[in-house]
Design a protein around this ligand. Structure first.
Ligand SMILES: *[C@@H]1O[C@H](CO)[C@@H](O)[C@H](O)[C@H]1NC(C)=O
Length: 353
């Protein structure tokens, strides 16, 4: 009974700290992934980045609800702020875009009618970005082949917002379960939270010596009929616009020999299943479509696996979300055993950290 009351109280307190406009998510950092799945080198940052450590920092300086323009006003041009340089990466390099889940993954019940995968993230790429870029000219228009819309760019990658591991530390059952299943030492960057990531490969033919632009588009709609206050549902899309300095030649040989080291420290590791997709789809022949992302089945948080027994041999449960990828692609069969069984999830709106 006491546990019940305190849980109810916790949820109440959590809900009191929510405001609909605070703490939506954006790309905080970009990092190159080594062929063994470990983050390497200096991180890069989005355009117009506001560092969390700066005195006048506020989430509002980075969150952007996109409706007309694709990029936030501070991210319209290829401009970096002090101490937030661009990522340096070779053509075809695997990179991770990291963001905080802010309760969207671990506190799923705060907003009705949101997709189970907590929304789909689309990453578009172009060598020819435009100031004033319109959401409607890019999102769900640019395609894998580069034949969509005005043909200036491509759809590079799609993933579920919930990468299956990430969590904000809070009292909700999903967070608690993930804290137990995916422990990591707190570090200065993430604190005790574990950030989410979207791993993708830059195009192998991205021209060296030039910036390559990435548009991160988190599509997080509310379904119609799920929320009495929103009978028609609603579109809700957040974006981050960023550039990578492409340098040197393609690391074809290294990437061909890529092999993810299982069970490596989580603070600096790519997501195994996403890494497998990248390695199956990039390299000498350039990017090919991502395979359909299999999403772990969702069970009630109360039946989550005991934290001490992460089963690595049983891959993902049966239920799959619709593939976020518009086309089916390569298989990831040989990597499936690397996928840890993922704790049940759900997701919700914003909890300020
Ligand atoms: C993976 O390779 C990188 C670069 O060579 C190295 O720094 C890192 O320690 C390796 N990761 C593991 C888990 O051994």
């Amino acid at each position: 009974m006491r546990g019940f009351i305190s849980k109810g109280l916790q949820l109440l307190l959590l809900s009191l700290t929510f405001t609909d406009t605070s703490a939506h998510s954006w790309v905080e950092q970009l990092t190159v992934i080594a062929p063994n799945g470990t983050f390497v080198g200096a991180p890069g940052y989005p355009r117009g980045n506001a560092l969390r450590t700066s005195a006048d920092y506020s989430d509002k300086s980075m969150t952007y609800l996109a409706t007309d323009k694709l990029c936030k006003d501070t991210q319209q041009t290829q401009t970096q702020t002090a101490k937030s340089p661009r990522l340096q990466a070779s053509p075809g390099a695997p990179i991770a875009l990291r963001y905080q889940e802010n309760g969207h993954v671990t506190l799923p019940d705060t907003q009705k009618g949101k997709p189970q995968n907590r929304g789909t993230v689309y990453v578009y790429g172009t060598t020819n970005p435009k100031e004033g870029e319109k959401l409607a000219d890019v999102h769900k228009v640019w395609n894998r082949d580069g034949t969509g819309g005005d043909k200036r760019g491509v759809l590079l990658s799609t993933q579920n917002f919930d990468d299956g591991r990430c969590y904000q530390v809070n009292g909700g059952p999903i967070s608690k379960s993930r804290q137990a299943q995916f422990p990591h030492p707190a570090d200065q960057l993430m604190g005790a939270d574990l950030w989410c990531q979207h791993d993708l490969a830059l195009p192998a033919n991205a021209p060296s010596g030039k910036p390559y632009t990435l548009y991160w588009v988190w599509d997080w709609p509310t379904a119609r009929g799920a929320d009495p206050g929103l009978p028609d549902g609603k579109q809700e899309i957040y974006t981050t616009c960023m550039d990578v300095d492409v340098t040197g030649g393609p690391q074809t040989k290294q990437l061909a020999a890529a092999k993810y080291i299982p069970d490596q420290p989580l603070n600096n590791a790519a997501i195994p299943a996403q890494f497998a997709q990248i390695m199956g789809s990039s390299g000498p022949s350039g990017p090919r479509p991502n395979p359909a992302v299999r999403y772990p089945g969702r069970t009630s948080p109360s039946v989550s696996k005991p934290p001490s027994s992460p089963s690595r041999s049983s891959p993902v449960p049966s239920k799959s979300f619709p593939p976020p990828s518009p086309r089916p692609g390569a298989t990831v069969t040989s990597f499936v055993t690397l996928i840890r069984t993922v704790a049940p999830t759900g997701c919700a709106p914003s909890a300020a950290p």
